[in-house]
Design a protein around this ligand. Structure first.
Ligand code: NAP
Length: 302
């Protein structure tokens, strides 16, 4: 079974995705190809790549080498905002690197060449859908704050279907204004860094024992090992969030794929993780996300 989430443009996107922009793969063709092949052979159904990662060619090659049909594998790529003159060539390069049109193209960040011209950049991108260059490709954004989303939504003929950003229980309080805009405009949230509470928070914080308790329950009930990381990824999917994780460890890749076979968490468990996580603020990927977008006054470690 592949859990999917419906986008506003009607497409069904796989909820669980494997990315090649971290885990030592960023900028490295051969490892991205090798582990892309491992991921696909293990059962991964969606790959998240980007111009910035220089892994688009490896993504296309991995799909070809395992003999998968393109229509069975979802591919998201992202472009770096560029000038009006270069944009068409830029998106054509994404397509030629992959050797097919991506299912979803995201603007990687709001750093458009001319500061403040986020809306104008979106209009240029929409023109490429309307002139056929990006026909059939869903359009979205990444790392957009409330002010960035508002600028786009004010002019959008095609609303972004997704905003991909760092998402996990410890950024929920900070992200609330972004999530409110998503809800209002039918924009699906896509998570990267979803394992941050377990991997990057100094202690794991207060959700760690909850995740471990649920992992123990599932392990007992299912008669097979389920770890806290799998529970956190399952929580993210159960929240209706498209979830991009990664691994180059075959055992962890198997665990990621086997999340599809796990039963959903109970509504009480989903709520407990959310309510506990909300009391903490901890983010790994800061960049502009904390600029002109106030951080909550919450402890970062409990
Ligand atoms: N749009 C953006 O600006 C942006 C920014 C960052 C990331 N991304 C995308 O999101 C993807 C994932 O980002 P992320 O690396 O931050 O995600 P993450 O899910 O928070 O962390 C991935 C790490 O988790 C480890 N892992 C996986 N399963 C595990 C398990 N069961 N137990 C313990 N560790 C486990 C992996 O290490 P092992 O290899 O050791 O298993 C991997 O390095 C990237 O590859 C990229 O495609 C996008």
């Amino acid at each position: 079974m592949t859990r999917t989430i419906k986008l506003a443009d009607g497409k069904a996107i796989p909820a669980l995705q494997w990315g090649n922009g971290s885990g030592g793969l960023n900028g490295k063709h051969d490892p991205a190809l090798q582990y892309g092949i491992t991921a696909l052979k293990t059962g991964v159904k969606a790959i998240d790549t980007a111009e910035l990662y220089k892994t688009e060619i490896a993504t296309g090659e991995a799909i070809k080498q395992v003999g998968a049909k393109k229509e069975d594998i979802w591919v998201t790529t992202k472009n770096i905002p560029t000038t009006a003159e270069n944009l068409k060539a830029n998106v054509q390069e994404r397509i030629s690197n992959l050797t097919f049109k991506p299912d979803l193209l995201l603007v990687h960040n709001p750093f458009v060449p001319e500061e403040g011209k986020i809306a104008e950049f979106w209009t240029l991108l929409e023109d490429l859908v309307l002139d056929g260059t990006l026909e059939g490709v869903s359009l979205g954004v990444s790392n957009y704050r409330p002010q960035d989303l508002k600028a786009v939504l004010d002019v959008a003929r095609i609303k972004p279907v997704i905003n991909q950003l760092e998402y996990h229980p410890y950024v929920l309080s900070h992200l609330q204004p972004v999530l409110d805009i998503h809800a209002q405009h039918g924009i699906v949230t896509e998570a990267y860094g979803p394992l941050t509470p377990l991997l990057r928070h100094p202690t794991g914080g207060p959700i760690k024992p909850i995740l471990e308790r649920i992992a123990a329950r599932l392990t007992k009930e299912l008669g097979k090992d389920v770890d806290a990381a799998s529970v956190l990824l399952l929580w993210t999917i159960n929240k209706g969030i498209v979830t991009v994780t990664t691994s180059t460890n075959p055992k962890n890749i198997e665990k990621i794929v086997s999340i599809e076979g796990l039963p959903d968490l109970s509504p009480e468990e989903v709520k407990e993780i959310e309510e506990t996580g909300r009391k903490i603020y901890f983010r790994h990927y800061k960049e502009h996300m904390t600029k002109d977008f106030p951080e909550p006054d919450l402890p970062s470690d409990l």
